[in-house]
Structure formats: structure tokens, C-alpha cells
Design a protein around this ligand. Structure first.
Ligand SMILES: CC(C)(COP(=O)(O)OP(=O)(O)OC[C@H]1O[C@@H](n2cnc3c(N)ncnc32)[C@H](O)[C@@H]1OP(=O)(O)O)[C@@H](O)C(=O)NCCC(=O)NCCS
Length: 202
């Protein structure tokens, strides 16, 4: 058997909740060796021990659904010297002209088109679309089937809910929630929850 000189390092998934489970599944479908999960909930069985020596050579992805927590843990692990990788479902389409940060998850049937930029710890969930020239900040979560039209900007830690649509050129502020099914036709200020068609603060 011929062995690769530089085998892909095993993967550590930080978070063992729903999103962590999804990321583990996608990683396995993508052919990654999953070492296991780290989590601060001691009631979860079969977790990796934080002092497991195999962690030294592993790559990490932070798979926690809450945007602020995901970003904070990424920063903490980076300060500890951990290295990160992205988990991308094989059915996702990522343009070679797109730029991805670290610890990014892209789910099944998602699309990231050319000149789109994704920050660290972004989640592009199942079937979500990031069109051309979009800028997606750190720890943004596009829920399943959410869609950003061209040249949309989404600032950090914002959640775009299931099936929500953001029209071309619109800017979503930081730490916003665009409710499920909403259609954002104008900019949404920082720290705002907006729902409906057209999306309005609520
Ligand atoms: C908008 C949202 C954040 C509101 O959550 P909430 O503050 O807990 O609101 P509630 O469920 O208490 O509902 C408050 C009111 O808003 C309405 N509402 C809730 N979500 C709505 C939505 N997406 N669109 C329109 N109306 C909505 C409710 O019907 C309710 O109306 P009422 O006061 O007339 O009864 C939430 O419903 C939502 O859409 N979250 C996105 C979830 C998501 O996509 N997660 C991703 C998982 S992968």
C-alpha cells in the first residue's frame, strides 16, 4: 500500500450538540477522519479528553450553533495555537473565485459563488446560497435555504433564518437576526431582529 507523505490530519469537532453532529456527519461524507468531539458538557458520553495527546496534530473546527459562542471559542483556540480546517459537503458548489476563512462549514447543496468572501467560523447551511461578490463576516450563520443575492454584505454574528432572502446590495448589520422566510429589501441596522416581507424590525 502506498502511503501519502502528508496525510490529512484528523479532525477535532468542538461542540457535540446538533450542529456538531451535523458537521461530524458531513466530515465523514467528505472523507475526513474524525477523531471526536470536545465539549464542556460532561454529561455527553465518549468525548475527547482535553489533554488527549492526539489533539496536538489534529485540525479543529468549531461547531457550535450560537454565533457569538462559536466566534469566542475560535479565538480562544487560536490563541492556544490550534490549527483549523473547513468542512465542506461534497455536494456543495464553491467557486474557485470565492475566498473562505477558517473553521467554515458549508452544508449539502449549498452554493458559494465567485468573488464571495466568507469570514472565519461561518456556517453556510444546507441549500443556502451566497451569490457573487457577497461579503459574509465572521460567525455569520446562513440557515438552510437562506439566499444572499449578489453584492450583499452581512456583518459578524448575524443569523439569516431558514429560507430568508436578502436582495442585491443590501447590508445586514452585526449580530442581527433575519427571521425565517423574511425578505430583506433594505439595509438592517446592527443588533436588529427583522421579520416579514419586506423585512421590518420587530
Ligand atoms: C424571528 C424570530 C427570531 C422570533 O423569535 P421569537 O422572539 O422567539 O418570537 P416568537 O416565536 O415568540 O414569536 C413572536 C411573534 O412573531 C411571529 N414570528 C416569529 N417568527 C416569525 C417569522 N420568521 N416571520 C414572521 N413572523 C414571525 C410569531 O408568530 C409571533 O407572532 P404573534 O405575537 O402575533 O403571536 C424567530 O421566529 C425566527 O424566525 N428565527 C430564525 C430561526 C432559524 O431560522 N434558525 C436557524 C436554524 S438552523
Amino acid at each position: 500500500m502506498i502511503q501519502s507523505a502528508n496525510p490529512t490530519p484528523p479532525l477535532v469537532i468542538v461542540g457535540a450538540g446538533d450542529h456538531g453532529t451535523v458537521v461530524a456527519d458531513t466530515a465523514q461524507v467528505a472523507g475526513r477522519q474524525v477523531l471526536g468531539h470536545l465539549d464542556d458538557d460532561p454529561s455527553i458520553p465518549n468525548l475527547l479528553a482535553p489533554d488527549d495527546p492526539r489533539l496536538a496534530d489534529a485540525q479543529f473546527i468549531v461547531a457550535i450553533g450560537d454565533n457569538a459562542t462559536r466566534l469566542a471559542i475560535l479565538k480562544r483556540l487560536r490563541a492556544e495555537g490550534r490549527t483549523f480546517t473547513n468542512v465542506i459537503h461534497p455536494s456543495a458548489v464553491i467557486s474557485p473565485g470565492a475566498t473562505l476563512g477558517e473553521s467554515v462549514y458549508v452544508g449539502p447543496l449549498a452554493v458559494v459563488n465567485t468573488h464571495a468572501t466568507l469570514g472565519d467560523a461561518v456556517i453556510i447551511n444546507s441549500g443556502a446560497v451566497v451569490e457573487h461578490h457577497c461579503t459574509v463576516g465572521p460567525a455569520v450563520h446562513l440557515a438552510p435555504k437562506a439566499a444572499l443575492a449578489g453584492r450583499v454584505t452581512v456583518h459578524e454574528r448575524t443569523l439569516v433564518g431558514v429560507g430568508a432572502k436578502i436582495l442585491p446590495g443590501v447590508t445586514l448589520g452585526q449580530h442581527c437576526i433575519v427571521g425565517a422566510g423574511a425578505v430583506a429589501v433594505t439595509d438592517i441596522p446592527d443588533h436588529t431582529t427583522a421579520i416579514g416581507i419586506p423585512a421590518r424590525p420587530c
